[in-house]
Design a protein around this ligand. Structure first.
Ligand code: AOS
Ligand code: ZN
Length: 389
């Protein structure tokens, strides 16, 4: 087999790639219409970590697992030890202010000081967890906003958001960070308190250098040029992390690269252009749920999609592209860009994996490993993990 030209020059970058998996991807999930249970679904955080470790074992791509509080509440030191024994680490801690009745009209933005304090205390608890697990990042996504014009004082909410975030920020340790995720709608449908990268950027900039923006690829209106946002946040030094996933209509947490591999390629091209690839300041994470497909295979397919588009983007002839751009040769520039996107790197990646003692086809290796049958036989009884556990 002949690898694409330049493939051997990019293998060091490929070997360094690390993508963080979300613990909740291994639990049951669904839509507001139905959550389907699946045989073998983890009953606790320890079993979620075991499944995540299997993804890493077979792909070599996913050494870190993000936690969600309260869903993953447990003995965190024991969980960190368990993770280490299985060859992975605990990563980003995600807060949750979207499942408590007190937060119906907001949490960090709420008009009632008591409720705001409760929400701040939850984030302080998350930082305590980070201290116990050695995690660096606190990820905040807020389900806050309003449904009807006139329902809320948007300006007041923005001011209270700043005050609340500042209190959380003050509790961060020296090497810890806060990443603020934006989403243009849902669960509120008229206004969202952190709807876009500009608002997240304004809020984190007002906090300090340890606050960054988290870009969830599913949280933009159709047609948004997400790679432009990636470029701008990298340029401004505020891109802290990605939540990778795919969407067709609204935010739906499908496998990254499934809906639009070209978009993923374009995003990763800008990451490389901006110095964000394999840069510890820019965390690559998945934020996905697997409602109908096998969850472990869904996670494997996703990290492999990221790897594949990274390889294609790394193969781009940047010198030729720059020359074409600078000479105003529109067609040549676009050809060079598309050539990289259309390069089939799958056979070369399979061969390279084998050279690193990884399976050429990780999903097939998983199917042949017997792991799924084993967890289905062992994980009987108890309550399967999901949105509430
Ligand atoms: C919600 O839409 C966001 O994407 C969150 O990042 C995430 O799904 C949630 O915080 C899970 O913990
Ligand atoms: Zn997200």
């Amino acid at each position: 087999m002949t690898a694409p030209t330049g493939f051997t020059d990019i293998t060091d970058e490929l070997a360094a790639q690390a993508i963080e998996l979300p613990s909740w991807a291994f639990g049951n999930s669904g839509t507001r219409f139905k959550v389907f249970g699946t045989p073998g679904t983890p009953r606790d955080p320890f079993e979620k970590i075991a499944d995540a470790a299997k993804v890493h074992e077979l792909t070599g791509l996913a050494p870190q697992v993000a936690l969600h509080i309260p869903w993953d509440r447990c003995d965190f030191e024991a969980l960190a030890t368990h993770a280490g024994q299985l060859g992975v680490r605990l990563g980003t801690v995600n807060s949750n202010t979207f499942q408590d009745d007190d937060f119906k009209f907001g949490a960090l933005t709420h008009v009632d000081e008591r409720i705001r304090s409760k929400a701040i205390d939850h984030h302080i608890e998350c930082i305590d967890v980070m201290d116990a697990t050695g995690s660096r990042d606190l990820k905040i996504w807020l389900a806050e906003g309003s449904n009807y014009p006139g329902q809320a004082d948007m300006r007041g909410r923005q001011d209270r958001l700043h005050d609340s975030l500042a209190k959380i920020y003050d509790r961060l340790g020296e090497s810890q960070r806060l990443v603020l995720e934006y989403k243009f709608f849902e669960p509120s449908f008229y206004h969202t308190d952190v709807p876009d990268w500009g608002t997240s950027f304004a809020q984190v900039s007002a906090l300090g250098d340890k606050a960054k923006v988290c870009l969830d690829t599913g949280h933009h209106a159709p047609g948004t040029n997400i790679e432009f946002i990636v470029m701008q946040l990298l340029r401004l030094g505020r891109l802290g992390s990605f939540d990778f996933n795919s969407r067709f209509y609204a935010d739906d947490d499908l496998m990254v690269g499934a809906a639009d591999p070209f978009q993923l390629f374009r995003i990763i091209h800008e990451v490389i252009r901006g110095g964000g690839l394999n840069n510890p300041d820019v965390a690559f994470m998945l934020d996905q749920c697997h409602n109908v497909e096998n969850k472990i295979e869904g996670q494997m397919r996703s990290v492999l999609n990221v790897q594949e588009m990274t390889a294609r983007a790394l193969l781009l002839d940047t010198a030729a592209l720059t020359a074409a751009q600078e000479s105003g040769d529109v067609i040549a520039a676009n050809d060079i860009f598309m050539d990289a996107f259309y390069t089939d790197v799958r056979p070369a990646l399979a061969e390279w994996r084998t050279s690193r003692r990884l399976p050429a086809n990780p999903v097939q290796a998983f199917r042949e490993s017997g792991y799924q049958e084993q967890i289905e036989a062992e994980r009987v009884g108890g309550t399967q993990a999901g949105w509430g556990a």
